[in-house]
Structures are given as structure tokens and as C-alpha cells.
Write a protein that binds this ligand. Structure first.
Ligand SMILES: Cc1cc2nc3c(=O)[nH]c(=O)nc-3n(C[C@H](O)[C@H](O)[C@H](O)COP(=O)(O)O)c2cc1C
Length: 154
């Protein structure tokens, strides 16, 4: 089964990370990448994807960036059931904020509430570290490659 990578961004970092994650994971599985601003829960369900990777920055006061709020609100409103779906989360935030990486926690809460199962631990990128998010995203995706390969095979 295929992998869908969804990202929510305000200033582009999450998009760069999502593209890098898609490139690396694409070495072991068919991967589609979408901005949550122009992708609907209906499209996700119709895709039949068994594994979903959510790459989201936290913005505002601890909210999902970009189209993430609308996407997850719509997913919850549909009462979609995602029992067979596995998901991974790569969060981007800044420990300067008290709501550090809150969006990644919201994604875990909401995907879990819909019945999906998380694979691996949530990755939390901290902008205050000065690290390059795209580089860390590539490393994380390489670490997760075996998990992805097993997930798409089952
Ligand atoms: C206006 C603004 C609000 C932010 N709010 C938060 C926040 O509440 N929590 C957090 O962890 N990071 C917060 N951040 C940091 C961003 O999540 C971080 O810079 C991230 O790399 C941005 O990713 P993006 O380019 O994909 O939007 C905020 C950044 C900005 C500019």
C-alpha cells in the first residue's frame, strides 16, 4: 500500500521537510506528497493509503500551520474511521514558545481518536537549535525507512 505525506506550513520549512521525507521514503515505497491546504480528507480516504506521514509546523498559539486546521477539522467532522491506517509525525516548532510543537501533539491526538496507529515516536524539530530542518528530516526518514517498508508490505 502507498504512503501519503501531508504537510502544513506557513513559511515553507515543513514543505521542504516533507519533500525530503518523500524523496527518502520514495526509495522503499510509492509516495505522494500533498499540502493540506489543497488536499481533502475525502482524497486521503479515496487514496487507500495505508501509511500517512504528517509534517506540520506549529503556528499561532499552538495551532497547526497552513491548511492543517481545516484538514483535521474536516476529518473529524466526517467521523472518518482510520483503524487500518498507520501514521508518523514530523513536527516543527520552536522551544521559545510555551506551546512548543503543540501541533504535532494535536495530530497524534486526532489521528489516534479516529483509530489510526502511530509508528515510531513523534520527531520534534526545534528552530532554536539552529539545525537545518531539511537535513534532520532526511535523517529521520532514513531511520524510518525500514518501518515504512514493513508498513507498506503488510
Ligand atoms: C508567528 C509564529 C508563531 C509561532 N508559534 C509557534 C508555537 O506556538 N509553537 C512552536 O513550537 N513554534 C512556533 N513557531 C515556530 C515555527 O513552528 C517554526 O519556525 C517552524 O520551523 C516554521 O515552519 P514553517 O516554515 O513550515 O511554517 C512560530 C513561528 C512564528 C513565525
Amino acid at each position: 500500500m502507498s504512503v501519503v505525506v501531508l504537510y502544513g506550513t506557513e513559511t515553507g520549512n515543513a514543505e521542504e521537510c516533507a519533500i525530503e521525507i518523500s524523496r527518502v521514503m520514495g526509495e522503499v515505497a510509492p509516495v505522494d506528497v500533498h499540502d493540506m491546504s489543497d488536499y481533502s480528507p475525502q482524497q486521503l480516504l479515496a487514496s487507500g493509503a495505508g501509511t500517512v506521514v504528517v509534517v506540520t509546523a506549529t503556528h499561532g498559539e499552538g495551532e497547526l500551520a497552513g491548511g492543517g486546521v481545516r484538514f483535521f477539522d474536516a476529518l473529524l467532522a466526517m467521523s472518518a474511521r482510520l483503524e487500518g491506517v498507520r501514521f508518523m509525525v514530523f513536527g516543527l516548532g520552536d522551544s521559545y514558545y510555551t506551546t512548543y510543537n503543540r501541533a504535532s501533539e494535536i495530530v497524534v491526538e486526532q489521528m489516534s481518536a479516529l483509530g489510526a496507529t502511530q509508528l515510531g515516536a513523534t520527531f520534534r524539530y526545534d528552530a532554536s537549535s539552529g539545525d537545518d530542518p531539511e537535513e534532520l528530516a532526511g535523517e529521520w526518514a532514513r531511520e524510518m525507512r525500514a518501518v515504512i517498508a514493513a508498513s507498506v508490505a503488510s
